[in-house]
Design a binder for this molecule. Structure first.
Ligand code: AMP
Ligand code: GLY
Length: 417
């Protein structure tokens, strides 16, 4: 069986690697992928993730059994709709269902209509109305660009002036273009964050083990928000009871609410949650796997990812079981990320012991692997417990030469306190 994964980051590396581990699978293509993936036998295909026609031609020519869409941008552009129109099997939400991520306002309406716990909010497209609301509410307060902004369209404002600057950047100076033409202003929620993902087919929800990401660039949760600097799973600070409740009160009503809304969801539904004193509340939904969560969640999947996706695509009930171990991952990024950064640094191609590398922003030249993006690669380990997995990852990182790159030293610190 041949499969196609769309996307090119560490998340897609983890998805493709898991798919390739299935004995039914002979080839996993990844378009566009990145050169680092080739070490694991993944076949990269130089077609851009936005070139739907070429991707469809490729899937037909190679006779792939189905296609898995990794990132949000092609989902928002309707890649699933286009593949389906071409008569191809594809896993991911269609354009309408992907709005649960691509429009924060849409997501908030689904939450409101289905009594899903989330922060109180209001949506604005006029600066003066938004500013008046912020002044009335006071700080801390959270300002979010309505559309997709690669994890960078959110400002957690500690003061009212900071909030006003964020509003003026988005609504008056168009810093996020169309994505910021509308903003959601929401109450600040205090508590530990965690990511709860599930395989979803219409109303059926099959939850995954939870993970915790680290969004800020630097140690001690300092610095700007990024796409994510490291993750681990399980998250012992979050009780099983809270997770079970979140499945019943958040994921299941979201899936059935999407069906009732006329926008049924098939794909990976990702709930970004905050464990408040009143239980878990939603800070965002994503319509896809998380990056870097995937690199620590999928290795813990005991059942076959291929069998799960195949079952969901053919309306059968999948078997979803998990290893009782721990997984840990630290992102290596280019100095300056998420702002301006250097490219072209030579990357390590090997790692120590049983640790693994998941590549993201890489390029290739004369047999060398070079840095070519903000988040460059992730070092991951699995072990009997988090502490062991964490030590393996940090020991491996210490052995690497990482010129003009950086990583956080405190991933998982909260879990081990
Ligand atoms: P998002 O892109 O919506 O995940 O937001 C990025 C980050 O901003 C989250 O991971 C949180 O750390 C923070 N954040 C978002 N919304 C809130 C909120 N309502 N209260 C507190 N922190 C938030
Ligand atoms: N790690 C956060 C995300 O994928 O949105």
């Amino acid at each position: 069986m041949k499969l196609l994964v769309i996307g090119g980051g560490g998340r897609e590396h983890a998805i493709a690697k898991k798919l390739l581990a299935d004995k039914e699978v002979t080839t996993v293509f990844c378009a566009p992928g990145n050169p680092g993936m080739k070490q694991d036998g993944i076949k990269t295909v130089s077609i851009a993730e936005g070139d739907h026609d070429k991707l469809i031609d490729f899937a037909k020519t190679e006779n792939v059994a189905w296609t898995f869409v990794g990132p949000e941008a092609p989902l928002q552009r309707g890649i699933v709709d286009d593949f389906q129109k071409a008569g191809l099997l594809v896993f991911g939400p269609n354009q309408k269902a992907a709005q649960i991520e691509s429009s924060k306002d849409f997501a908030k309406q689904i939450m409101r209509n289905n009594q899903i716990p989330t922060a109180d909010y209001k949506t604005f497209s006029d600066y003066h109305n938004a500013a008046a609301y912020v002044k009335e509410k006071g700080a801390p307060i959270v300002i979010k660009a309505d559309g997709l902004a690669a994890g960078k369209g959110v400002v957690v404002a500690e003061t009212v002036p900071q909030a006003l600057t964020a509003l003026s950047d988005m609504l008056e100076d168009n810093r996020f273009g169309e994505s910021g033409a509308k903003v959601v202003v929401e109450d600040f929620l205090a508590g530990e964050e965690f990511s709860l993902l599930a395989f979803v087919k219409d109303e059926a929800v099959y939850p995954m083990v939870i993970a915790q990401d680290h969004k800020r660039a630097y140690d001690g949760d300092k610095g700007p928000n990024t796409g994510g600097m490291g993750a681990y799973s399980p998250v012992p600070q979050i009780s099983d009871e809270m997770v079970e409740k979140a499945v019943k009160e958040i994921l299941e009503p979201a899936a059935s609410g999407m069906v009732r809304n006329g926008t049924p969801f098939t794909g990976i539904l990702y709930a970004g949650l905050i464990a408040t004193n009143e239980g878990a509340k939603v800070i965002e939904f994503n319509a896809r796997f998380g990056d870097p969560e995937t690199q620590v969640v999928l290795p813990r999947l005991k059942s076959s990812l291929v069998a799960i996706i195949t079952a969901l695509l053919t309306d059968e009930k999948p078997e979803v079981t998990w290893h009782d171990n721990a997984a840990f991952g630290v992102v290596v990024a280019a100095e300056g990320y998420p702002g301006k950064y250097q490219k072209g640094m030579v990357l390590p191609q090997k790692t120590m012991g049983s640790t693994e590398l998941y590549f993201a922003g890489t390029a290739e030249k004369n047999g060398e692997l070079l840095a070519n993006g903000g988040r460059i690669f992730l070092v991951a380990a699995q072990a009997a417990n988090l502490e062991k997995a964490r030590n393996e990852v940090y020991d491996a990182l210490k052995q690497m030469s990482l010129p003009e790159m950086f990583y956080r030293h405190d991933i998982g610190a909260k879990a081990l306190k």
